[in-house]
Every structure is written in structure tokens, then in C-alpha cells.
Design a protein around this ligand. Structure first.
Ligand SMILES: C[S@@+](CC[C@H](N)C(=O)[O-])C[C@H]1O[C@@H](n2cnc3c(N)ncnc32)[C@H](O)[C@@H]1O
Length: 273
């Protein structure tokens, strides 16, 4: 399996966990019906479809991603759903958006722009450029998880060796991390800047799709650890997180965990500079 097909599989597997929370985030964004939006870093377009539901039959969404293979998958999905006239996919880089000034009413970006850390100002200026006066920027990012009930210290240590974000955060200026997005949104002149964290409660028993999604999440978070994971923690990870293990944590009848996603929003002033 190529890296890209593995990535597509992961996005599909994670969807049963992510979709309810992302629907809540879309509801909380109050996107107006009939508006024109950009899904920046859209992946295979799973959220592009959800965003389209929010803007209704007269709305239009462009999904942009840097990887053509993801967009091909998304285009086929949208074609099958008969929505090709309302969703357009475009290959491109969020740092140099292939769109004219003042093209969109809003830009949505989940787990891409500014996540988990980076130099946000140039990217935000680029988003402001393609937005109409009064348009909105909505940035989302995975912000925490508690998935090993009863093992908080082990979980904290495993998080400290997570290959998914440790390499992207180590040595970074704390001010450049996603959690500081309010500062960056204000810095580029956005108004009405707000932050909100949404929670997805995970209470067993789980159906097959949810079990697969959680198993895949364990693997993504902790299955390829940084070299400094201790042998004891690695054995505990395998005992609790391997679906084949007799102690697989999702088999606990009263399992409860959660994860959170944080959303930062702001509006372009009516008079753009
Ligand atoms: C974690 S995925 C999230 C996908 C989608 N937003 C979702 O939540 O399902 C991040 C996406 O951002 C895309 N991406 C990363 N850097 C990018 C860039 N510079 N320009 C455009 N897309 C980018 C990746 O190809 C990937 O599809």
C-alpha cells in the first residue's frame, strides 16, 4: 500500500469518530446558506460534503489540497453523489492560493492551516486576500485526547513520544503553535475573533466502524513512537491498544474516553486594507 493510499484509508477509517464533532463545528460556524466557501487542505473531501449541506443547494464549495491523489478520490465521491456542479476540487498550495482576490465568503481549514504549529501570518494574509470583505476564517485543529481510561500517566508519556505531532512541535516557538491562533488572527486585522473547543464523547460499547476508527487512532497516535519510548511503555501500549490483545482497552464494558477539537474564527473587516 502506498503512503497516499494508507493516508486515504486512515481518513476514511477516522470518519465515524470525526464526523459528529465536525458537524457540530460546522453548526457552530453559522455558515450562511447560498454562500461560497473554500475548504483549504480538504483531503479527500469528507468535510467538503458536510460543508455543502450547511450552505444548501445554492451554495458552492471549492476543496483545495496539495495532493492530487486525494482530490481524485474526492472528485469520484462527489461525482457519484451527483454534486459535481456544487463542489469543485483544485490542486494547490495554501501558501499561494490559485484564486482571485475577494473570491470567497468563508475559508474553512481542518487540521491543516497553522496545525500543529507554523508561521501563520503569511498564510492568513493569503486567506484574507481571497476572502470578500466581511468574510470568515475558520481554523480547526485536534487539541487533546483521553483515550486510555485508568492509565493517565502512561497516556501522558505515550503522548510525549507521539510521532504525529512531537516532531512538528519540538523546538518550536510556543507562540507559533495552533493553540495561540487568537493572536495570529488578530495580528492580520481580523475582527470578532473567537475560540471554541468541541468534545467528542466516546462511550462503549462501540460498533465495528467505531472500533476500527479507534484502533486506527491508537496506531496513528502511538504506533510509531519516537525513539525515546521506554520498553515498559511500549509493552503496555501493545497490551492495551492492540485489538488482538486479551486486554484490549475497548473491551472494557464501561469504557469512556474523549477527544477535543478547537476552533478559531475571525472576520475580515468590511473595509479591507
Ligand atoms: C490532516 S489532513 C486533513 C484533511 C481534511 N481537512 C480533514 O480534516 O479530513 C491535512 C491535509 O492538508 C493537506 N495539505 C498539507 N499541506 C498543504 C498545503 N501547503 N497546501 C494545501 N494542502 C495541504 C494535506 O495534503 C492533507 O490532505
Amino acid at each position: 500500500m502506498t503512503d497516499v493510499s494508507l493516508y486515504i484509508r486512515r481518513l476514511l477509517e477516522a470518519n465515524p469518530l470525526r464526523e459528529p464533532l465536525l458537524r457540530s463545528a460546522i453548526d457552530a460556524s453559522h455558515l450562511l446558506r447560498g454562500t461560497i466557501g473554500l475548504d483549504a487542505g480538504c483531503g479527500i473531501g469528507l468535510q467538503t460534503l458536510l460543508l455543502l449541506e450547511a450552505v444548501g443547494p445554492r451554495g458552492h464549495i471549492t476543496g483545495l489540497d496539495i495532493l492530487p491523489e486525494l482530490l481524485e478520490y474526492g472528485s469520484a465521491m462527489v461525482r457519484k453523489a451527483g454534486l459535481s456542479d456544487r463542489i469543485t476540487f483544485r490542486q494547490g498550495d495554501v501558501e499561494r492560493l490559485p484564486f482571485d482576490d475577494n473570491s470567497f465568503d468563508w475559508v474553512w481549514s481542518a487540521d491543516c492551516i497553522g496545525y500543529p504549529a507554523g508561521e501563520l501570518t503569511p498564510l492568513l494574509h493569503e486567506l484574507v486576500r481571497v476572502l470578500k470583505p466581511g468574510g470568515s476564517i475558520i481554523l480547526l485543529g485536534w487539541s487533546s485526547q483521553q483515550l486510555l481510561p485508568g492509565y493517565p500517566l502512561l497516556e501522558a508519556r505515550l503522548n510525549g513520544t507521539c510521532s504525529g505531532y512531537v516532531p512538528f512541535l519540538q523546538g518550536k516557538d510556543p507562540a507559533s503553535t495552533f493553540a495561540r491562533a487568537i493572536y495570529w488572527l488578530r495580528q492580520v486585522g481580523l475582527e470578532d475573533v473567537q475560540a471554541q473547543t468541541l468534545v467528542r464523547d466516546l462511550q462503549g460499547p462501540f460498533n465495528d466502524a467505531e472500533r476500527t476508527a479507534l484502533g486506527s487512532l491508537f496506531e496513528m497516535l502511538w504506533g510509531a513512537p519516537q525513539p525515546d519510548v521506554s520498553p515498559e511503555d511500549w509493552m503496555e501500549y501493545q497490551r492495551l491498544c492492540n485489538p488482538e490483545s486479551a486486554d484490549f482497552i475497548l473491551n472494557i464494558p464501561d469504557y469512556y474516553g474523549f477527544y477535543t477539537c478547537s476552533m478559531f474564527r475571525g472576520k475580515v473587516p468590511m473595509r479591507k486594507n
